[in-house]
Write a protein that binds this ligand. Structure first.
Ligand code: NAP
Ligand code: G4F
Length: 331
């Protein structure tokens, strides 16, 4: 019998990488999509797995849809990746962010409790929960939470609900506290992809400027393709637990910019950058750097792609995308 997995947020960045990994492991993969006006299968098509996924309709804000899905699929594993995941938007839409990221998780946990209590559950928790807190420059599973955005606060609620359902109902639930992870299919609003897309346009003469906010913020950036393996490993243990997933290395936004311009072989990056206050946040998370010892020791997980390799991969993919679009316009 094939194992079955349900992935919410299947059309985002992590969903397609996780689905690809599970399909390679011979899982039957169900992907939950919400109603859309226009189909948005770009990321699953990019990874060549669109036709291998069984799509089911549901929305994190609609409890009955989650109950129906869990009742009919009864998956062995549930990976909850769906979220309003853009931190800046959470300041503008705090209630919507809370409905999806906090209450949505409660609905999903309840659906599992009632209709499929042996399903194993993964919650996409985040380093944003740490916010201002760090222990000597690092964050790990013992660091307190001090979230700095409605997004971070909503994820703290979901984190503790995931722990609470494990402790109260003996359910197999695990939090992956993932630090920033990126890829060529990262959403275009997030700073890394905004930079690599902007650099590609400048390289090909399609733009002359890139507007950014706070260039001093530091993030621990890894590759999404590596991180989905940690998600899967967390649901294969004998005992559920919570794990930090990170590279242990931190870089500023400015360092990412420098590396991206260098990867495209464009000298003098400074002349293309404009600081625009519209991209700054009411409260910032200044410094994230994860200590990944627990996941390495207990799950045997380690990141494979380095910072320099990640930047290069993303810049090259964006340049290729624009070159191919130009060829298809000409033909
Ligand atoms: P993403 O690209 O923003 O994808 C999120 C997905 O959630 C999208 O497919 C979106 O659907 C779906 N979604 C949003 N609202 C929904 C709703 N009401 N009902 C059902 N689906 C909904 O995010 P990601 O980067 O893949 O991240 C995956 C998860 O990990 C998120 O929970 C995020 O908060 C968390 N996380 C991410 C990182 C990171 O660095 N990437 C780090 C830590 C934690 P549409 O396609 O229809 O918009
Ligand atoms: O790329 P970002 O928008 O990601 P952020 O806020 O770190 O959140 C991402 O990682 C979290 C994990 O820590 C996830 F939970 C979350 O879902 C998301 O995936 O911004 C990174 C940094 C911030 O400090 C921001 O202020 O870049 C800074 N920044 C500077 N200029 C900018 C810009 N961010 C964006 N999006 N756009 C800018 O122009």
């Amino acid at each position: 019998m094939k194992k079955t997995a349900l992935i919410t947020g299947i059309l985002g960045q992590d969903g397609p990488y996780l689905a690809k990994l599970l399909l390679e492991k011979d899982y039957k993969v169900y992907g939950m999509t919400r109603r859309y006006s226009l189909p948005n299968f770009g990321n699953v098509e990019y990874l060549g797995i669109h036709h291998d996924i069984d799509y089911v309709d549901g929305d994190m804000t609609d409890e009955s849809s989650l109950m129906n899905i869990i009742k009919s699929v009864r998956p062995d594993e549930v990976y909850n990746l769906a979220a309003q995941s853009f931190v800046k938007a959470s300041f503008e839409q705090p209630k919507f962010t809370t409905d999806v990221n906090a209450l949505g998780v409660l609905y999903l946990l309840n659906a599992i409790k009632y209709f499929s209590p042996t399903s194993r559950f993964y919650q996409a928790s985040t380093s944003e929960m740490f916010g201002l807190a760090n222990d000597g420059g690092y964050q790990d599973e013992n660091t307190n939470f001090h979230p700095r955005s409605p997004y971070g606060v909503s994820k703290v609620y979901a984190y503790w609900m995931t722990v609470n359902y494990r402790e109260s109902y003996n359910m197999f639930t695990a939090n992956g506290i993932l630090f920033n992870h990126e890829s060529p299919i990262r959403g275009i609003q997030f700073v890394t992809r905004k930079i690599t897309d902007g650099v590609a346009k400048i390289k090909l003469g399609l733009a002359t400027e890139l507007r950014l906010g706070n260039m001093e913020a530091k993030r621990d950036w890894g590759f999404a393709g590596d991180y989905v393996e940690a998600m899967w490993l967390m649901l294969q243990t004998d005992k559920p637990d919570d794990y930090v997933v990170a590279t242990g290395e931190t870089h500023s936004v400015q360092e990412f910019v420098e590396a991206a311009f260098a990867a495209a072989d464009i000298p003098d990056w400074k002349k293309y950058i404009t600081i625009d206050p519209r991209f700054k946040r009411p409260a910032e998370v200044p410094h994230l750097c994860g200590r990944v010892d627990k996941a390495t020791k207990q799950l045997g997980w380690k990141p494979k792609v380095s910072f320099a390799e990640l930047v290069k991969m993303m810049v090259e993919a964006d340049i290729k995308r624009y070159e191919m679009a130009s060829v298809s316009r000409q033909s």
